[in-house]
Write a protein that binds this ligand. Structure first.
Ligand code: PLP
Ligand code: TYF
Length: 396
């Protein structure tokens, strides 16, 4: 049965991690996969998570199944983070959330829901984007179209290209938007541009789908929700795939959430019953540990404050490294202007390095980045920055 099967291509980003592990040169630097690293190059468990986990360990009384939609307190706390305390969407019960297996799991639930329960034929995805976006919607059998996003000349948002392409999106088409910290470019719309997009969406009748995997990494938890909340003002229906992998440092606990916003509670309940039916046939119900841990943190004022402080620290470290990176490149003799890197949000930067330059960095200097030129700024530390910048200048 299996002999005729051909090998699948490796994920362009996860594959890099394996290559880096196998790399034996001691000076090696990993700017590939999007995982936060601290000044020591480690990915530690936040203290708030550790405390909540130990409390959970002593207080947990049963390992009985969760419901299909997971930990109720987690889902409720998720809505508060997304929309803000006492938002009308929450008080009128027209949002329904299901704890999911990471942001990826939420995206797959969204794709299955769109395919099976809506008239939507097409999903619009930014070009470039996280490679799994196309793969997930392809797997669900939904037609994909791309909208321009990145202007290589200005290292900024291609607003003209974006609005031109999205003006072709029809009523009922799904438009996938990165809530903040666009992966891979690090470039987000301005508040005015978010408002304009929300208006386009409401006028034409898109079904917006927000992928929110980096809340807190651009400016702050509230600030980063601007785009989503702008859409929520004008669009009665929304889908959301959110992830806590990065902002809680809980990558391997698979903590995410799928949220559906409908016009009213009755429609939301009906639509959500179909979401639950989809989940039942995918994995029945989620695992408890990650969701219960996050629910504990978000329900406890002290733990929540501690988590936010730790998140602030991550964001500020990345921002400081952006500035230091640009300054060190200059000091190492780079002729190009890299100031645009300071403007970008989150872990990622589209550095402008070509695939050939990325290959040379790997082959000659043991520096690993994605071939698109995306670098993970969180992979830069005081220990590797000099070597990194000298090497980059050599391949420019
Ligand atoms: N969406 C984007 C844009 C991402 O960068 C990631 C990264 O992992 C995800 C979704 C998936 O998140 P998770 O690891 O929680 O599945
Ligand atoms: O883009 C990244 O690096 C992160 C991590 O299939 C990731 O989002 C990368 C690839 C993948 C899953 C997660």
């Amino acid at each position: 049965f299996f002999e005729p099967i051909t090998a699948a291509p490796a994920d362009p980003i996860l594959g890099l991690g394996e290559a880096f592990k196998a790399e034996t040169r001691p000076e090696k630097v990993n700017l590939g996969i999007g995982i936060y690293k601290n000044a020591q190059g480690e990915t530690p468990i936040p203290q708030a998570v550790k405390t909540a986990e130990s409390r959970l360990l002593t207080e947990e009384k049963t390992k009985n199944y969760l419901t299909i939609d997971g930990v109720a307190a987690y889902n409720h706390a998720t809505q508060i983070l997304l929309f803000g305390e006492n938002h009308e969407i929450i008080t009128s019960h027209r949002a329904k959330t299901a704890q999911s297996l990471g942001g990826t799991g939420a995206l797959r639930i969204a794709a299955e829901f769109i395919k099976r329960q809506t008239q939507a034929q097409t999903v619009w995805i930014s070009s470039p984007t996280w490679p799994n976006h196309d793969a997930i919607f392809q797997a669900a059998g939904i037609q994909i179209r791309h909208y321009r996003y990145y202007d290589a000349a200005s290292h900024g948002l291609d607003w003209t290209g974006l609005t031109e392409d999205l003006s072709q999106a029809k009523q009922g088409d799904v438009v996938l938007l990165h809530g903040c910290c666009h992966n891979p470019t690090g470039i987000d719309p301005t508040p005015e541009q978010w408002d304009a997009l929300a208006q386009m969406s409401a006028q034409v009748g898109w079904l917006p789908l927000f992928d929110f995997a980096y809340q807190g990494f651009a400016r702050g938890l509230e600030e980063d929700a601007y785009g989503l909340r702008s859409f929520a003002k004008l669009n009665r229906e929304l889908l959301l795939a959110s992830s806590y992998s990065k902002n809680f440092g809980m990558y391997n606990e698979r903590v995410g959430a799928f949220t559906l916003v409908a016009d009213n509670e009755e429609v939301a309940n009906r639509a959500f019953s179909q979401v639950k039916s989809i989940i039942r046939t995918l994995y029945s119900n989620p695992a408890s540990h990650g969701g219960s841990t996050i629910a504990l943190i978000l329900q406890d004022a002290d733990l929540k404050a501690q988590w936010i402080a730790e998140l602030d620290e991550m964001r500020e470290r990345i921002h400081a490294m952006r500035q230091k990176f640009v300054a060190t490149l200059k000091a190492c003799g780079a002729k190009q202007d890299f100031d645009f890197i300071i403007q970008q949000n989150g872990m990622f930067s589209f550095s402008g390095l070509t695939a050939e330059q990325v290959d040379r960095l790997r082959d000659e200097f043991a520096i690993y980045a994605v071939r698109s030129g995306r670098i993970n700024v969180a992979g830069i530390t005081d220990d590797n920055i000099q070597y990194l910048c000298e090497s980059i200048v050599k391949v420019l």
